[in-house]
Design a protein around this ligand. Structure first.
Ligand SMILES: [Fe+2]
Ligand SMILES: [Fe+2]
Ligand SMILES: [Fe+2]
Ligand SMILES: [Fe+2]
Length: 262
């Protein structure tokens, strides 16, 4: 299993924590594939939870120190996530029949969603506090007319829009490693988001799924042009991401997910 990487937020300690967490999950995924390793997987999962608690603690300190407005809410989300993951591990420890690989895969999905959606909320506070030398294009305020009313879908759309804003920072940089990381994060979040939408929508919906898979092809193609230096990061954000997201949300997502709002 390859270790999924997350886009770097720029704070060395947080970025290092994300790298360690993803590496720990990737190696747990390997161990869990052998049913005879159930006990070892369980020990590894408990170790992973300790690592995660440490990471969340550090993140909360840093968010408060850069006066991130959402720090307290974010800390509550951490507590809930630790509780939920702890329950999953406990159920496995008490002999639940499902395979350990399932638990590791579920934890990996939950963590990726947290790091890409919720963590991206504090990036701008970090940028302003830690790198005042860099030009920081203020993120465009989210256009509320793009809300669908479904909290999970909207949180994904907002995170995708924050990721788009992030590309502007990389214009003119010759080192492509940050660009590759960000692109990888965008791909991961986009796929997770499409999967979520396709699962939430209860009926077979080939038109919507086709629109998603066409966009993934566009993203692959444009991503290659970006890494080859044929397209600037800000052009990629504006011409590929912004326009597609705006059009797709209005034309495809809102008509579907608005009706699911209680
Ligand atoms: Fe994090
Ligand atoms: Fe977090
Ligand atoms: Fe969609
Ligand atoms: Fe969507």
């Amino acid at each position: 299993m390859t270790t999924p990487s997350l886009p770097q937020c720029g704070n060395a300690l947080i970025d290092d924590g994300h790298r360690r967490l993803m590496a720990a999950l990737a190696s747990l995924g390997e161990i869990a594939t052998h049913p005879q390793n159930r006990a070892e997987t369980l020990v590894g999962l408990k170790g992973f939870l300790d690592l995660l608690r440490d990471h969340f603690g550090i993140e909360e300190i840093i968010m408060r120190s850069v006066s991130h407005a959402g720090a307290e809410r974010h800390a509550r989300i951490h507590t809930r996530l630790i509780d939920t993951l702890g329950e999953q591990v406990d159920r496995l420890a008490f002999g639940a029949a499902f395979p350990a690989t399932e638990v590791v895969a579920r934890i990996t999905d939950m963590l990726i969603e947290h790091e890409l959606v919720t963590d991206s909320e504090y990036w701008t506070s970090l940028d302003a506090a830690e790198r005042p030398d860099l030009p920081h294009p203020a993120p465009r305020p989210w256009d509320r007319s793009l809300d669908t009313g479904n909290a999970r879908i909207d949180s994904h759309h907002r995170a995708l829009s924050r990721l788009a804003t992030r590309f502007h920072r990389l214009d003119g940089r010759t080192d492509t490693s940050h660009l590759a990381d960000l692109l990888h994060g965008l791909n991961t979040l986009t796929r997770l988001h499409f999967r979520t939408e396709e699962t939430l929508w209860p009926e077979s919906d080939p038109h919507h799924a086709l629109a998603h898979s066409r966009f993934l092809e566009t993203l692959d193609h444009a991503g290659r042009r970006l890494l080859e230096g044929e397209m600037s990061p800000s052009a990629f954000a504006r011409d590929v991401l912004d326009h597609w997201l705006d059009d797709h949300i209005r034309a495809d997502d809102q008509p579907r997910f608005r009706v699911l709002v209680p």
